[in-house]
Design a protein around this ligand. Structure first.
Ligand code: NAD
Ligand code: MN
Length: 511
């Protein structure tokens, strides 16, 4: 097949100050469709100069526009209307997400888009919470009425990864809009299409003032870095690798930016001796292979009691071998292609490394040739066993369909091994004894722990990482408040001068 020329492909521009515009230098870049291994769209290739334009637009909208002072109930109404508009485009968004990321349509249609809508609605509701918070009665040293007022922070730079493109965009913009901030959003270069479509859906509602929401596509190394360094960006919310997160923090220090980071993970899935093995089998596989293993919270290290190892492994292999790898647009598909050839090469390198380190390849481990999708980077669901927690296979984030089984002897040992990792994002505990499972959950150092489940990330519950998995939380009240500055307002209630502390410090004027 001849490579498609740019002319045949849909074109997307940058969104700045309420208009779609080309990058200043007119440069573009192609976006790939992983299953086909061919380009599906052309997007603007922004530069630092485009970031500067977008930041100025967001700055002006914040400093001089109505948005930060729009009453919360009005912002709530607008977010609900945006959620309705997104819902009307469910099929378009799901198909586009499947084509651009390679994720199975069953997931994009029934998980990604509905969760994105639910997220918007949740923050539409939370937006109605008054930014006023009363403080306890204060009469020392003077009688006064004190309260906390929540202000939006200002211009928020939001940088997102390629693995859940629509959800990540919504997770970023919903709380920022709910609280009255203005935004410059940068999608990942592999998968910008649903974020671009989302912004266009919002544009067509005509509900946001110009400049409140801006989007710049372009390479992370130029556009992302320019955002993270820009002195007029007040907050950076970054989701991506720990490596880039470290830089974002460092760059933000120059202007004391508020920084929240959602970074990598190597999450443990701990099967306790009394687990329902049938449930745990499917749950562990769902925990690791959902989205072809390209989830930051994926349960990639499975701790199994030595005594159950053989039986459990047999169940896992049986079910993993039945998973259907193939066309993402087929509703029967469980695992689509990885996002790119380079991601595939990384995963293959880790599979080779695992063998070299002495782990046993129990199933999978090969690239799959899918009929009609010869160029798609598909990898079999892969399980290694007899993995030791110190191996790189068990310590480093792979971001592909690779599970490591680590046998343990005592639960204490399992907990210690689970915690022996630089990350702390997710975890699961599989057990019939809920009280016992909660005790284990309390001792695992991760931001989210599922008991007998996986991946269920709720917009009302805080989500984020311990250790090098990040700083701050998204979702819920704390996620929303991370887009606000806390302002104490003190209103004096004394009627006379003598009752005030001034009396001690300052004598009355002589005349
Ligand atoms: P990445 O860090 O390379 O990229 C993330 C984003 O940062 C992209 O938009 C990218 O263009 C941009 N970027 C790249 N270089 C940059 C730079 N020098 N300056 C500023 N921005 C830059 O990560 P990735 O490869 O896209 O995504 C995979 C990683 O993201 C994994 O480590 C995964 O665990 C993590 N992740 C975390 C979460 C979470 O919520 N904790 C969610 C999804 C992904
Ligand atoms: Mn990267």
């Amino acid at each position: 097949m001849e490579p498609l020329s740019d002319i045949d492909l849909p074109h997307y521009q940058l969104y700045i100050n309420g208009s779609w515009v080309d990058s200043l230098d007119g440069a573009t870049m192609q976006v790939n469709e992983p299953a086909l291994g061919s380009p599906m769209a052309v997007v603007a290739r922004g530069t630092a100069a485009d970031v500067d334009r977008a930041v100025r637009s967001a700055r002006t909208a914040f400093d001089h526009g109505p948005w930060p002072h729009t009453p919360p109930h009005e912002r709530s109404r607008i977010l609900h209307a945006i959620a309705d508009a997104v819902e009307e485009h469910t099929d378009t968004l799901a198909e586009l997400e499947s084509r651009n990321l390679g994720a199975p349509l069953r997931k994009t249609l029934f998980v990604d888009v509905p969760w994105a809508i639910e997220h918007l609605r949740t923050f539409a509701d939370l937006a109605r919470r008054s930014p006023y918070e009363p403080l306890p009665w204060i009469d020392t040293p003077s009688v006064s009425w004190n309260f906390v007022w929540r202000d939006p922070i200002g211009v928020c730079g939001q940088i997102i990864p390629w693995n859940y493109p629509l959800l990540m965009a919504v997770w970023k913009i919903a709380p920022a809009l709910a609280t009255g901030n203005t935004i410059v959003l940068k999608p990942a270069s592999y998968t910008p299409l649903t974020a671009l479509t989302l912004i266009n859906i919002i544009h067509e509602t005509g509900l946001l003032p110009n400049g409140v929401l801006n989007l710049v596509t372009g390479p992370g190394g130029s556009v992302g870095e320019a955002m993270a360094r820009h002195p007029d960006v007040d907050k950076i919310a970054f989701t991506g690798s720990t490596e880039i997160g470290q830089k974002v923090m460092e760059w933000g220090s120059a202007s004391i930016k508020r920084v929240t980071l959602e970074l990598g993970g190597k999450s443990p899935s701990v099967v306790l001796p009394d687990a329902d093995l049938e449930l745990a089998t499917d749950g562990v596989l769902f925990g690791v292979f959902f989205n072809a293993g390209q989830s930051c919270e994926a349960g990639t290290r499975c701790f199994v009691p030595e005594t159950l190892h053989d039986e459990f492994l047999e169940r896992l292999i049986h079910r993993a071998q039945g998973m259907r790898v193939g066309d993402p647009l087929n509703l029967e598909t469980d695992i689509g292609p990885l996002v790119s050839d380079s991601q595939c090469a990384t995963v293959e390198a880790y599979i080779a490394l695992g063998k070299q380190e002495g782990a046993l390849l129990a199933t999978g481990g090969r690239r799959v040739q899918v009929t009609d999708f010869a160029r798609g980077p598909f990898i079999e669901p892969t399980i290694f066993t007899r993995v030791q927690n110190h191996m790189r296979l068990a310590q480093e984030e792979i971001f592909g369909p690779v599970l490591s089984i680590i046998p343990y002897r005592t639960v204490t040992e399992a907990i210690e091994l689970a915690n022996t990792n630089i990350y702390g994002l997710g975890a699961a505990v599989w057990s019939r004894d809920i009280q016992g499972a909660i005790d284990v959950a309390k001792r695992i150092r991760s931001g989210t722990i599922w008991i007998n489940d996986y991946h269920l990330i709720n917009p009302l519950a805080p989500f984020g990482g311990y250790k090098q998995s990040g700083i701050g939380r998204e979702h819920g009240i704390s996620g929303m408040l991370s887009y606000t500055e806390e302002k104490h307002i003190h209103v004096d209630l004394m009627q006379n001068r003598e009752g005030r502390i001034w009396w001690d410090a300052l004598l009355p004027p002589k005349d």
